[in-house]
Design a protein around this ligand. Sequence first.
Ligand SMILES: *[C@@H]1O[C@H](CO)[C@@H](O)[C@H](O)[C@H]1NC(C)=O
Ligand SMILES: *[C@@H]1O[C@H](CO)[C@@H](O)[C@H](O)[C@H]1NC(C)=O
Ligand SMILES: *[C@@H]1O[C@H](CO)[C@@H](O)[C@H](O)[C@H]1NC(C)=O
Length: 500
Amino acid sequence: MMFYRTVSTLAALLFISSSSDAATFRDDRGTVHEWDNTVKAKVAVRAGIGGVSLFHMGMTADQLVATWGIWGIRGSDFDPANPSAGSVFPELDPGPEEAAFLSGAVNLSPSCYTNPRGCFQMDNVTDLIPLKDQIDFVLFIDNGVDEKFLEVDAAGFPVIFVDTFYEYNENCRAFNYSLIDPSMCYGRSMIDIANRLEELAVFLGSDVDVNALNEQKQAACEAASALTDAAAQAHERGIRIKNIWLAVNQDENGTSYASMSDYDPIDLWVPRTLEELGMPLLHGDTYEEWGEITADQYFVDCEPGNVNQDCNGNTYFPVDFWMIDSRSSRLVDDNFKLLFPDRAILADQWWYTPMNDGPLSYKIIASYLTGFTERILAAENVQEATEECTPVDPKSIAHLKADGSGGLPLNAFVCYDRSLIQEEYLQCPDLSAPAPTADSASAPTAPTTASEPIAPTPSASAPTPTAVDGGSVPTSSVIATRVDSMIGALMMMLIAAIYL
Ligand SMILES: *[C@@H]1O[C@H](CO)[C@@H](O)[C@H](O)[C@H]1NC(C)=O
Ligand SMILES: *[C@@H]1O[C@H](CO)[C@@H](O)[C@H](O)[C@H]1NC(C)=O
Ligand SMILES: *[C@@H]1O[C@H](CO)[C@@H](O)[C@H](O)[C@H]1NC(C)=O
């Protein structure tokens, strides 16, 4: 708080002659938005990933005009009408406070917002139009796939895009959200998105309580630290982890069979996070057109049509612990174990992963990583595996490229190297001091520790420090973007001089 005020005062003194009082926020299409953030902006936003995250950052219900999409994560039994009943995914679903925050807003997805199969879009963009006078920004916090957002642009709303998939890079995404060059797209991990949403909350004039947020960051940092210790152990114990989604289908004779599809850990923010923190995640086949592996293919030593526990030692993926997308994780029951008698499944060594679902805040990072760590510590090595780890930096650009050249070959995994862990997660705020740490104040220009170029590093022209920021200065980037580069440098020197 004190830091915020001090910096604001500095900013005010320095830029008294500048043309505008507005804070700026450069979004992930490169659009620079302006807002006088002494005033609370009013917004429309997707409920779960946007609304709940911003609530954790300090947004209050008076800012939230409308929401769309499902409130919990897919596959959940969360009931917006009875939020205190809890849900099967307590780490990520809203609680009563989050639900109260969302329930005050206009619901633009009345047709689907309680559908656990998924609900990502507003029913009809025309429902947004009558709210135009009340809305300052429509927030598109998503992977860019919702084609209705071109209609929202066309209807003249100021849209702020926060990409949940890729770090901002002008050569990655076009203004219409299509990918120009996937080799220039690098996946974001949880903290990249949480940092971005924190900056957004500051820009929107929300009541960002630095002390409360620092407590959340402390919890996130402790959870990340425990997770990376558990990751080192998991490597020693030979545990292998894999991301999949499951299905139960019927063949031409009406007989049920299980199948699965996998994806590479560089593809989505949760596996990216786990890998950056050292977890042994198996890399995947890149499945074209949602290809799948059937139980017959998976159990290499079983006779087709007769998969069973006696032939489950040799499998297509040597997995000890499954990360199953939240929706299809609900398929796992005794009946499923007959269709898919995998050793890790039989031992209940699996957990759920949200896929472009669920909020992203320090609070969520803390709760989800803690739940994951508990389960990995309890997991045992059940599958023989001979693959050696691959010594690469899980943060390097080459590893993260979304064009198919990134990642590792099938069933390969990154070696545990404490010096290559994503330190961003492990920088705890200094709770004994009222001000955030000096580290992050100088973050806009601070190189990270690893020797290879780190993605997602902002390009030289990028004014926000998101990717390399330790995440504990909510205001610096917003302020940094107010100024041209020369004054910006001066500003940063001043901040560094005061806080280093
Ligand atoms: C959206 O609403 C408009 C106006 O009521 C209607 O003409 C249009 O067909 C609707 N679109 C969809 C996809 O339902
Ligand atoms: C989106 O923009 C890119 C680059 O301007 C263009 O090549 C592409 O055709 C556009 N896609 C659509 C669907 O309009
Ligand atoms: C379905 O049943 C027929 C007749 O018994 C058999 O020849 C065929 O292989 C079965 N199909 C599958 C997928 O098992």
